[in-house]
Design a protein around this ligand. Structure first.
Ligand code: GLU
Length: 514
């Protein structure tokens, strides 16, 4: 039965202590999808009360990352700009005696913690200064003794015993609230209806509920998302490789691919049982943000951890790369070709838009090695040839390098069939040189303007048929001479782009190395 909610207001509340993590981005996405589905509001709240660890550069990184992904917030807040609000509620708790100043020093608390851990006791602090009416020190909340029960929208019934929590630290002083306190004041004042966040916060929820009860605040609905795990089933971290959204962007993942992939980390458009079956398989649906919004529901989120499978992300990215128009893909690839030192942009007297880092299809480019201009149409053709195989934009340099630089040849690569790789015998060398001579002879007779895929195909296929139907005998050495590689697009497509002069040059060069 569909649940009826009051106005849906959700939030993502990152601390700017590091770059936007893929886990935070997924939490943001789930909040965003939920808000959009129910015509509610999605709020970005920067939790920067920890001044020592917070850094404005990470706030920028978080905002840039969310915007790049297309996860646009409707409202924005910063905790550091709201300090007065927290003080008001802190005073209320202090006045009612539910909160108190714990006069213990950091060192004393640390010593107590260590001793408790040694004795295998929970490292909580039950302060003997409660009731002493001290006027300084950390502010703590003394929870009433009770069982806290709440219904998590993903994990169902969750139960905690408040006696296991000890006295909860809620502020360093009136001007410096701590997470568990600031978060509930903000959630209340921002009228948050649903707190959708990572499972790592599950143990904070009873603390927050107790403080909400003490202040007589409404309690939002909670939904704790399953953790994202690496392939070894431990919590995803830097050990597993890249984890920040900016790094995925740099590697050439497309925002649509990341969104589609992240949406399926713990959620599935099917019900929970069938989604488990398809784990690790590549039959997930390609879903646009619109479709995700339509299909999203908290009820379809799984309880168990979600495995981050890079191969699956690559699969999505490859699909989204193939959906790009050639113009757009070329634009996206240009910076990677420049970064790899294959081409250079030339400045003409014109301002280029900052989108795409100032790269533009109207700009002129030269090949770095030869300093000759390469027309944008040729660049488009090169990119188009690799569009089928590219999984990330950053691969474009490596995949297309042979168009911009002469290849390095390994002589044994010329041998056909290619399954039998071994050092070439003298007789085999001669055979290959004969074939390359033959190719040179045929190709030099073709006019420059006839160096088109169709013409080359017609002429060379006819010749290739002469090898008892085994066309590879002719076409394989040609492909290797043009690229120096085992894997590449077909030789006719490459020859058309390289043009007559460079094709003949490469065949000559290849002969020398055999
Ligand atoms: N600042 C907290 C974090 O970054 C927010 C947790 C929450 O959503 O309550 O993990």
């Amino acid at each position: 039965m569909p649940i009826k909610f009051k106005k849906i207001r959700v939030r993502i509340a990152p601390s700017p202590t590091g770059p936007l993590h893929i886990g935070t981005a997924r939490t943001a996405l789930f909040n965003y999808l939920f808000a959009k589905k129910h015509k509610g509001s999605f709020i970005l709240r920067i939790e920067d009360t920890d001044l020592e660890r917070s850094n404005p550069k990470y706030e920028k990184n978080i905002k840039d990352g969310l915007q790049w992904l297309g996860i646009q917030w409707d409202e924005f807040y910063k905790q550091s700009e709201r300090i007065d609000s927290y003080a008001k509620y802190l005073k209320k708790l202090l006045d009612s005696g539910q909160a108190f100043y714990c006069g213990h020093s950091k060192e004393e608390l640390e010593k107590e913690r260590k001793e408790k851990l040694k004795k295998k006791e929970p490292p909580i602090h039950i302060c003997e200064h409660y009731n002493k009416k001290l006027k300084k020190g950390i502010i703590r909340f003394r929870p009433p003794k009770k069982k806290i029960v709440f219904n998590d929208l993903i994990r169902d019934r969750v139960e905690f015993n408040s006696e296991l929590l000890g006295d909860i630290s809620i502020a360093k002083n009136l001007k410096t609230p701590l997470y568990n306190f600031a978060v509930i004041i903000d959630d209340y004042e921002m009228k948050i209806s649903h707190v959708i966040r990572g499972e790592d916060h599950l143990s904070n929820t009873p603390k927050q509920i107790l403080i909400q009860e003490a202040l007589n605040l409404p309690i939002p609905q909670y939904a704790h998302l399953p953790l994202i795990l690496g392939p070894d089933k431990t919590k995803l971290s830097k050990r597993h490789g890249v984890v920040s959204v900016a790094d995925y962007q740099k590697q050439g993942y497309l925002p649509k691919a990341l969104i589609n992939f992240m949406a399926l980390l713990g959620w599935s458009p099917q019900d929970k049982i069938s989604s488990q079956k398809s784990e690790n398989s590549h039959d997930e649906e390609m879903l646009s943000i619109k479709e995700l919004i339509k299909k999203f529901s908290l009820g379809k989120i799984q309880k168990g951890g979600a495995i981050f499978n890079v191969a699956k992300l690559d699969w999505f990215n490859g699909n989204y790369i193939r959906q790009k128009s050639l113009e757009n893909l070329t634009l996206l690839c240009l910076p990677y070709l420049v970064e790899r030192g294959l081409i250079e942009p030339i400045f003409i007297n014109k301002q280029y838009p900052p989108a795409y880092g100032g790269y533009s299809l109207e700009r002129k480019y030269i090949i770095t090695k030869t300093k000759k201009e390469i027309p944008i149409n040729k660049l488009k053709k090169i990119i188009g040839l690799e569009q089928k195989r590219m999984k990330k934009l950053s691969e474009v340099g490596e995949l297309t390098e042979f168009f911009f630089k002469s290849p390095h040849y390994k002589s044994d690569m010329f041998k056909w069939p290619r399954t039998q790789r071994a050092r070439l015998k003298e007789k085999e060398k001669k055979e290959i040189i004969n074939i390359l001579n033959k190719l040179e002879q045929i190709l030099s007779k073709i006019k420059e303007k006839d160096f088109t895929i169709e013409k080359l195909k017609t002429i060379l296929m006819l010749e290739a048929e002469k090898f008892n139907g085994d066309r590879g005998c002719l076409l394989w050495p040609l492909r290797v001479a043009l690229t120096g590689r085992e894997k590449s697009p077909g030789p006719f497509e490459i020859a058309e782009i390289l043009g007559k002069e460079r094709v003949l040059e490469r065949i000559k060069e290849a002969k020398k190395t055999i």
